[in-house]
Design a protein around this ligand. Structure first.
Ligand SMILES: [Zn+2]
Length: 377
């Protein structure tokens, strides 16, 4: 039944045939797809039933147990022992006056946790599929926010399946053909021809795509921030963020918002063009916002890079405009990775930005790039 379910999902383009199987049965909050694995459910139910029959005071059920224990094959007890061994389950003892049903629930829950731990480990131990879960467990990652897109973003199941397959490194890139399928295909990128065509290369490393596709994804994300900021300052905007077209200068009595505009300073500064500049005349403060959507691997260095990149501009602006100035980097992995600290940065941008939506826009952009490039023969 588990295999059949997966097959139906694959037929409906919701599950990539080469994407990870164990991952499908892990909770969405930890990066899985939250499907119920019937095999594991059968095991935990049997273990629970055995615990219930062992502990029950009901004389009729005790007779049932005596009868069942005598069965040569497939007795509940024998099956439970076998499944406990498979799940590496260690006995838990009932507490004083604990009702049998409550105890049984606890037993089942413990067995299920064990089962999930095993699935998690098998997933992480795989050479290709395991790269992503390992990255998300590193110290700089906000795991909860990183996996949030699986919980409430509302992406189509097909898009979700594509992003999952990309995270699993199981898409049919040229590198995948060359190294895994070994069908003699040249592993170099079909667009630039200069680098090996891995998932990472397509979604964030290709110098040719950087000129078009990445800019598009980046601008969509930055435009959402711009839209939110405009609304915060009561500047008229379109009703939906995705229709918003930022103008170079947006202004009212309180604020000037600059979009992708270089700042001319007395001293020459190279990095003088952050994505958005908010010049709040009332609060006498200035915020420089720069968005970046790097590969999951590069997210760690990007934040520090952005902060130092605009340091000179920050100093010049505070001097020229006599305003307290700060840089806010908005960095999100091309496959949705959220680093710890992003929440703190985003809170400082006026307009209550939703990290979840920023993540969704980045993921939609990435899905679009993957679909386009992988369909080019
Ligand atoms: Zn390329």
């Amino acid at each position: 039944m588990d295999a059949k379910t997966r097959k139906i999902m694959t037929m409906n383009r919701m599950h990539h045939p080469k994407a990870d199987i164990d991952r499908m049965y892990l909770p969405r909050s930890t990066g899985g797809r939250g499907l119920i694995q019937l095999e594991l459910t059968f095991k935990t139910s049997t273990i629970g039933l055995d615990a219930y029959l062992t502990k029950t005071n009901d004389p009729l059920l005790q007779i049932v147990k005596q009868h069942d224990d005598k069965k040569k094959l497939y007795s509940i007890k024998k099956e439970a022992v076998k499944f406990k061994r498979e799940l590496d389950y260690s006995e838990i003892t009932p507490s004083d006056n604990e009702a049998t049903t409550i105890y049984t629930k606890r037993v089942k829950k413990t067995a299920k946790t064990k089962g999930h731990e095993q699935l998690q480990k098998t997933w992480e131990d795989k050479v290709m599929h395991g790269k992503y879960p390992k990255r998300t467990k590193e110290a700089d990652v906000d795991q909860l926010k990183t996996h949030q897109w699986l919980k409430n973003t509302g992406l189509k199941a097909e898009t979700e399946g594509l992003i999952i397959a990309a995270q699993d490194q199981s898409l049919a890139t040229r590198s995948f053909h060359h190294r895994i399928i070994k069908d003699g295909i040249d592993p170099q990128c079909r667009i630039c021809g200069k680098y090996e065509e891995t998932v990472d290369h397509i979604i964030s490393g290709c110098p040719e795509l950087a000129k078009t596709e990445y800019i598009h994804r980046h601008n969509k994300t930055a435009a959402y921030l711009h839209w939110k900021i405009c609304r915060h300052y009561n500047i008229e905007t379109t009703g939906e963020w995705y229709k918003h077209q930022p103008t170079t200068v947006t202004e009212n009595d309180v604020v000037t918002i600059l979009w992708d505009m270089p700042i001319h300073t007395d001293k020459e500064i190279k990095a003088n063009r952050p994505d958005i500049i908010i010049k709040d005349k009332k609060d006498q403060r200035c915020i420089l916002i720069d968005v970046s959507i790097p590969s999951e691997r590069n997210t760690s260095i990007k934040v520090a890079e952005k902060l130092s990149k605009y340091k000179d501009l920050e100093i010049e602006i505070s001097r020229m405009w006599s305003m307290k100035t700060e840089t806010i980097p908005v960095v999100i992995g091309a496959l949705g990775l959220v680093k710890k600290g992003l929440e703190k940065f985003i809170e400082r941008i006026p307009g209550s930005i939703s990290i979840n939506l920023v993540q969704k826009i980045a993921l939609l952009g990435t899905a679009h790039i993957l679909r386009r490039i992988l369909s080019i023969k």
